[in-house]
Design a protein around this ligand. Structure first.
Ligand SMILES: N[C@@H](CCC(=O)N[C@@H](CS)C(=O)NCC(=O)O)C(=O)O
Length: 202
């Protein structure tokens, strides 16, 4: 199978982390959707990445569906627990991480406009949402736990790691490590997982 994505897409990085952590053989194909000749719009009517192309041509999207599918397909411990409450909590962490990505992408889009056309209210709204979400995750990790949910790595951790990597890329001035040492410790520990190496930012 092939994962269509890009190195600057946080949702792609989340899906890559899951494919790698589950030991699933795949080709990672850098395919920005707007580039002429990109295979993405044909594979995914939404024209978005990540899109996972199975060997029979089936296209799987979006990143949450890819992650759930890969978790069921791959070997090793489940990244999404089976139990109802734990599953809800892991998916909720994924939603939080995806929301950080959504807001950071919105800030990025806004900040690419000429300064006189940027909307300070939009920037403030999304900036504040990111800050609250980071504070929420940091509070959960403040007792020194290694993982957001349970005693093993789950989709919750991989999704947050991908969101943090995107903040490093697009909002380095935010200094989330300085503001929340618990997040810094969490991030540094997860980055040592050998399976994730190929998808960690250079
Ligand atoms: N909710 C989607 C979001 C995917 C998304 O918005 N991806 C962006 C890249 S980060 C995209 O493909 N945008 C279309 C474009 O760049 O033309 C997911 O989780 O996969």
């Amino acid at each position: 199978m092939k994962l269509l994505g890009s190195d600057t897409s946080p949702y792609t990085r989340k899906a890559r982390f899951v494919l790698l952590e589950k030991g699933l053989a795949h080709d990672y194909v850098v395919a920005p959707p707007r580039e002429p000749g990109s295979p993405v719009p044909q594979a995914n009517p939404l024209g978005r990445i990540p899109t996972l192309l199975l060997d029979d041509g089936t296209a799987v999207f979006d990143s949450a569906v890819i992650c759930e599918y890969a978790d069921a397909l791959g070997a090793g411990p489940a990244l999404i627990p089976a139990g109802r409450e734990a599953r809800m909590r892991v998916r909720r962490w994924e939603a939080l991480a995806d929301g950080i990505m959504d807001s950071a992408v919105a800030v990025r889009v806004e900040s690419l406009r000429p300064p006189e056309r940027q909307d300070p209210a939009t920037l403030a709204l999304h900036g504040a949402a990111i800050g609250r979400a980071l504070a929420h995750a940091a509070a959960a990790l403040a007792d020194g736990r290694a993982f957001l949910e349970g005693d093993a790595c789950s989709l919750a951790d991989l999704a947050l790691l991908a969101a943090l990597a995107y903040l490093d890329l697009r909002q380095p001035e935010r200094d989330w490590r300085g503001a929340w040492p618990a997040l810094a410790r969490f991030d540094a520990a997860l980055r040592t997982r050998p399976a994730l190496r190929a998808a960690l930012p250079g």
